[in-house]
Design a binder for this molecule. Structure first.
Ligand code: NAI
Length: 390
């Protein structure tokens, strides 16, 4: 169980780029980072609007002279300080991730970046080489993959409790973009423009969460080929999609399907996963994150609850609230931030042995998400053809 006791030598000096007052995801980063005494927020370039960003940062308790107008000023000013920032989180629109990550790594800073990580696999691989050369960590914030029941699912699969995996069925949908974008806010505008979002809208925005979570639960399954069908129900969003279906063939013969949509009108279900094996199935949804449905063929169905002693050690070790009390998204983010802090601490100490076995969403997780997107787009652009996964 995680109880807030410090697991690294001292708090990391942490800064934020983006995630300002009007940003959607910024508070999730702060919820994750500021929980266990592993990070101390010392600076930020929180906002495109410098004055608003400074005001916001001061309200968060950051010194006014360390609330910067932009990331370049942050890097230059912090470098000049003995107590300068060591790790920054990037919570800005997609098109800025690559440029800001590269500049931060070149300045010797560890980076925690939002998904989808970059626009292309080539960019991801370049950044991986740069991070390696500089001895720095790049973490990626796939929000719900720190949840204890996600790791319960992974442990059950590993133990063979499901048998051979046959079917992977995933959904991440909502209806917030069911209407047109007239008068839409900034977060919708940049998401529906290929120059600022990249080659996808909902596939990158929410589909990458499904894909990474499936990699955590099923690390041995590799996609051999896939077919992606995508559509913009609101035509002004084309060539980007507000709805997509992806079929996948895995190397063990398993079949997968997922759908992502922001035009699933009225739907508040968010993410849902069902993994079916030859003996049993498991099903989990973030709308009821405390519960995991476990169905063994021929037996009464069971509902497993987080924090209960009958769960696997891998799940109990990362539980925070204990059974009976809701364990949710904030707790999951805290685990992800904790694991990334432990990776940074190990990197700083040169403890490569620890890093070899330490699990956290890092540069490879970010790269694989972008690789999956590239394959989806290749398939969709070929008229929803089956393509070999490259
Ligand atoms: P948003 O548009 O709501 O907020 C962006 C924030 O960044 C604003 O505060 C804006 O002023 C600031 N900003 C923009 N450009 C900047 C720059 N160059 N320098 C400094 N600040 C800048 O966007 P949202 O929804 O918060 O998304 C940000 C990123 O987070 C995206 O990559 C998105 O895909 C990802 N995201 C991830 C989630 C997750 O669960 N991991 C959930 C929501 C978004």
């Amino acid at each position: 169980m995680i109880n807030g006791e410090r697991t690294i030598r001292r708090p990391l000096r942490w800064g934020m780029i983006g995630g300002g007052r009007t940003g959607q995801v910024g508070y999730k980063h702060r919820t994750g980072a500021l929980r266990d005494g592993t990070y101390r927020l010392v600076c930020g370039a929180f906002d495109l609007d410098a004055a608003r960003g400074r005001d916001f940062g001061v309200n968060l308790g950051v010194d006014a002279d360390r609330c910067y107008a932009d990331y370049k000023e942050l890097i230059a000013s912090e470098k000049a300080r003995e107590d300068g920032v060591e790790v920054v989180s990037i919570a800005t629109p997609n098109f800025t991730h690559y440029e800001i990550t590269k500049a931060c790594l070149e300045a010797g800073l560890h980076v925690i970046c939002e998904k989808p990580l970059f626009f292309t696999v080539a960019e991801c691989e370049e950044i991986e080489r740069l991070a390696e050369k500089k001895g720095l960590i790049v973490g990626v914030t796939y929000g719900f993959t720190g949840h204890p029941l996600v790791h319960q699912m992974a442990a059950m699969v590993k133990k063979g409790m499901l048998g051979e995996i046959r079917i992977v069925d995933m959904q991440y949908t909502h209806g917030f973009n069911s209407g047109d974008d007239v008068g839409a806010g900034e977060a919708v505008k940049w998401r529906t423009n290929p120059k600022t979002a990249g080659a996808t809208f909902v596939l990158g925005d929410i589909g990458t969460h499904l894909y990474y979570l499936s990699e955590v639960v099923l690390p041995d399954l590799k996609i051999e080929k896939l077919l992606c069908d995508r559509k913009a129900f609101i035509p002004t969003r084309a060539p980007l999609e507000d709805h997509a279906t992806v079929l996948m063939h895995y190397d063990n013969g398993a079949r997968g399907r997922l759908w992502v949509s922001s035009v699933n009108a009225g739907n508040m279900g968010s993410q849902r996963y069902r993994f079916v094996g030859s003996k049993a199935s498991i099903e989990w949804s973030d709308s009821h994150p405390d519960q995991l449905i476990y169905e063994v063929q021929g037996e009464p169905n069971r509902t497993l609850h987080h924090g209960m002693p009958y769960l696997e050690e891998e799940s109990l070790a990362i539980d925070r609230m204990g059974a009976l009390h809701t364990e949710g998204l904030g707790d999951s983010w805290s685990n992800i931030y904790l694991w990334i802090a432990q990776a940074i601490d190990a990197k700083n100490r040169g403890d490569e042995a620890f890093l070899k076995t330490h699990q956290y969403p890092g540069i490879k997780a970010g790269t694989e998400g972008v690789r999956w997107l590239e394959n989806c787009v290749r398939s969709a652009d070929a008229g929803s053809a089956w393509v070999d996964f490259k």
